[in-house]
Design a protein around this ligand. Structure first.
Ligand SMILES: *Cc1c(COP(=O)(O)O)cnc(C)c1O
Length: 462
């Protein structure tokens, strides 16, 4: 399988190259040149299998000859061994025909662990074979960074640097990054917001001298391997609710569009998904874009769901690429307008194609808190703010098709917001009960490309 850039000007790559590279050299994102389609019988045969076995069958066609079947099987088993639930992604019922997919049983309590644990194992296996090493730099609104530090800590062939917006992540998120003791893992507190961190990361990838010098690799959801790992739980959830014999809808708390884009790929692969509902917080650029066709940035307002405090939604580019008939030139032009003028207009044809697959909604801060408060007595669930946004938005889309809302983080990761809404302070699971006693290690840095690059170069070549 070959991977192509959404902007049409970078060389095609194998899975291994695309995984180790991250962002394409034309600024685009890699996507498979064509998607493997699963026969309905093969989807039906997933019923009753372990998460790991479903993962193997769903992802195998994407990885080409990067790993043998035996290697890939071992990678998957190691990736999910540290999860605190035998089902990995258990499904709970909330309301008639409305289900919650719990994606927070991994080591850092957010769905990011599904992809990051797998990527850590895939990087290690591929780099060891090549006798190579890389520098991973990530930008995080909180959860990607903690998941990446956890997945890459102590690996031989990797240095990992995570930029997070100083003062804008929860205490639990920050401590999950700053208390990692291994010398190859570095937390960088950047003076700015998440979009600043993400912009500096893109700048580093476009600065080829730095990029090649440190052998830069990316694990943000611009890395296709991240998206790939997330396709799996759409299959396990849908099949356990009767797919492929009946259609299922999903409601996904969305920021960078990676998680919901994985659902879109599952649909393209043959999983009968009726609607994918984009659920945003007050930073609602995606909801506004789907409603009006105008994708216009207007700054980030910090919220109680910080992992969704995003205005430039990177993976939306992948959806646009398909909506524009895989015309890389058209996508490159939109992205140029975004960079120059802060927005673009989605053509009528592309918008209609997007609306065939996606619906959207938003939750205000008050609605989010109210949903957290209601969910406990009415549904028996203590929800994190991100998951509560999903459950809130899903209310407008319930009907005869079963709805699955993705619970993207554990409530204990955002204890202040949960306590404010319910009066209950959710406890951390026993395995991380000492998080607040561990020493912190973090470097403050200005939102300045040269300063950040100098810091990274200094550590890598120390
Ligand atoms: C990352 C994250 C999201 C948003 O996911 P995207 O793939 O960026 O859309 C939502 N909720 C939580 C808890 C997250 O960590």
């Amino acid at each position: 399988m070959r991977y192509v850039s959404t902007r049409g000007q970078a060389p095609d790559l194998s899975f291994e190259e695309a995984m180790l590279t991250g962002l394409a050299r034309d600024g685009g994102l890699y996507v498979p040149a064509e998607l493997p389609v699963m026969a309905q019988g093969d989807i039906a045969a997933l019923a009753g299998l372990s998460y790991e076995e479903v993962a193997f069958r769903v992802m195998r066609p994407f990885i080409g000859d990067t790993f043998t079947d035996a290697e890939f099987h071992d990678i998957i088993v190691r990736a999910y061994a540290g999860f605190g639930h035998a089902a990995r992604a258990p499904l709970k019922q909330l309301q008639p025909n409305h289900f919650l997919l719990e994606l927070f049983h991994g080591p850092t309590l957010a769905f990011k662990d599904f992809a990051m644990q797998l990527i850590g194992q895939m990087f290690e296996a591929a780099l060891k074979r090549r006798g190579d090493r890389v520098t991973i730099v990530g930008a995080t609104s909180g959860d990607t960074g903690s998941a990446a530090m956890e997945a890459f800590r102590g690996l031989d062939a990797v240095d990992v640097f995570i930029m997070y917006p100083h003062g804008r992540v929860s205490d639990v998120q920050r401590r999950q990054m700053t208390t990692v003791a291994e010398a190859n893992a570095h937390a960088l507190a950047v003076t700015g917001d998440f979009d600043d961190c993400q912009a500096r990361l893109k700048d580093m990838f476009n600065h080829f001298e730095f990029r090649d010098g440190v052998r830069l690799a990316g694990v943000n959801s611009i890395n296709f391997a991240r998206v790939l790992a997330q396709i799996v739980y759409y299959f396990t959830a849908a099949v356990s609710l009767g797919a492929p014999h009946r259609a299922i809808s999903f409601c996904v708390p969305t920021g960078n569009f990676g998680d919901i884009f994985a659902g879109y790929l599952a649909k393209r692969m043959g999983l009968p998904i009726e609607k994918l509902v984009i659920a945003t917080n007050q930073n609602d650029i995606l909801h506004r874009a789907m409603s009006s066709g105008d994708y216009v940035t207007d700054g980030v307002t910090p919220s109680i769901s910080p992992s969704m405090d995003i205005q430039v939604s990177s993976n939306f580019e992948r959806a646009l690429f398909d909506a524009y008939g895989r015309d890389g030139g058209a996508v490159a032009q939109l992205m140029d307008e975004l960079k120059q003028g802060g927005g673009f207009h989605i053509s009528q044809g592309a918008l209609e194609r997007l609306r065939d697959d996606f619906a959207s909604g938003r939750a205000s801060e008050a609605e989010t808190s109210a949903m957290i408060a209601r969910a406990l007595p009415e549904m028996g669930e203590l929800l994190c703010p991100h998951s509560a946004i999903g459950v809130h938005v899903a209310q407008d889309h319930l009907g005869p098709t079963p709805m699955v809302t993705l619970a993207t983080a554990h409530p204990a990761k955002f204890p202040d917001a949960v306590e404010a809404a319910t009066g209950i302070r959710p406890a951390l699971p026993a395995r991380m009960a000492d998080l607040f006693d561990r020493p912190e290690r973090v470097t403050r840095v200005d939102n300045d490309l040269a300063a950040i690059e100098a810091l990274i170069t200094g550590e890598v070549f120390a």
